[in-house]
Design a protein around this ligand. Structure first.
Ligand code: SKM
Length: 277
């Protein structure tokens, strides 16, 4: 049998742990396949996607900064269209379709890490970029009452309100402290706290005692934000959990088997991250 392979297209892309995840599942399920990394700059992205098959791929994940552009170059499903970004591409015959699995990645990880989180009425989401769209879409779909959305440029937060409706309430970055006491769920979708970036300048002591804190950053595995939340005894959901959960449906679409996010897989990626950070 010929080896079927998918890839991650990003710029930069070398840091990704997706190959480790997909290779693990291929091995577990006894499927002959591959998953590689393709560092493709923005100016080369359209050509690469339009010829994905001739580059040897049956599908792809797409990451920063290509997720919005991917939507325009493929046949997106309703979810990718609603989120405004695609991260998973797959062929349906000759047609290259796309979807967004970041939504279920975020929500699936939150369900697994903090059962009952959805009983909260109010969330505070930091950042209004591509991953924030997936988070906001998922929270609204799960029935959250109100999302205070803080972004350093408030225009981008307002754009999400225009897209998703009045349950999204843009707030100024300087109003975060005032929003903390009412937030049952705090989500960081910015790159603050990532290795090489400054930490999020937020004091969590004003959050309710039963609040849940989620961070999309996974290098380092435990950001200062998550460490502070744990020190306060709050429940947390981390970026690695989201990365694992978003990978499931892509694997199924490409290789035809639904894999599982197991403790063993998580431990494997964790060990790799700790060895490299
Ligand atoms: O949406 C995901 C993408 O599918 C894979 C990825 C990665 O490998 O770093 C990150 C996210 O953007």
């Amino acid at each position: 049998a010929t080896k079927r392979a998918a890839c991650l297209i990003g710029w930069p892309a070398a840091h990704s742990r997706s190959p480790l995840i997909h290779h693990y599942w291929l091995r577990q399920l006894g499927i002959e396949g591959g998953y590689s990394i393709e560092a493709v700059p923005p100016e080369g992205f359209a050509e690469f996607v339009l010829h994905l098959k001739s580059h040897g791929y049956i599908g792809a994940n797409v990451t920063i900064p290509h997720k919005e552009r991917a939507l325009q170059l493929t046949e997106p499903d309703a979810r990718a269209r609603a989120v405004g970004a695609a991260n998973t591409l797959y062929y349906d015959g000759e047609v290259l379709r796309s979807t967004n699995t970041d939504v279920e990645g975020f929500i699936g990880n939150l369900d697994a890490s903090a059962p009952g989180w959805d009983r909260t009425a109010h969330a505070l989401v930091l950042g209004a970029g591509g991953s924030s769209r997936a988070v906001v879409f998922g929270l609204l779909e799960r029935g959250i009452g109100r999302i205070a959305l803080a972004n350093r440029s408030i225009e981008r937060a307002q754009a999400l309100r225009d897209l998703f409706g009045d349950r999204v309430v843009p707030i100024a970055w300087s109003d975060i402290p005032a929003a903390l006491p009412g937030a049952g769920l705090l989500v960081n979708t910015t790159s603050l706290g990532m290795k090489g970036q400054p930490p999020l300048p937020i004091d969590l002591s004003a959050l309710p005692a039963d609040a849940v804190v989620a961070d999309l950053v996974y290098v380092p595995l435990e950001t200062d934000l998550l460490a502070a939340a744990k020190a306060r005894g709050l429940r947390t959901a981390d970026g690695l959990g989201m990365l694992l959960h978003q990978a499931v449906r892509g694997f199924d679409l490409w290789f035809g088997a639904r894999p599982h996010v197991t403790a063993e897989l998580r431990a494997l990626v964790e060990a790799d991250l700790l060895g490299h950070t």
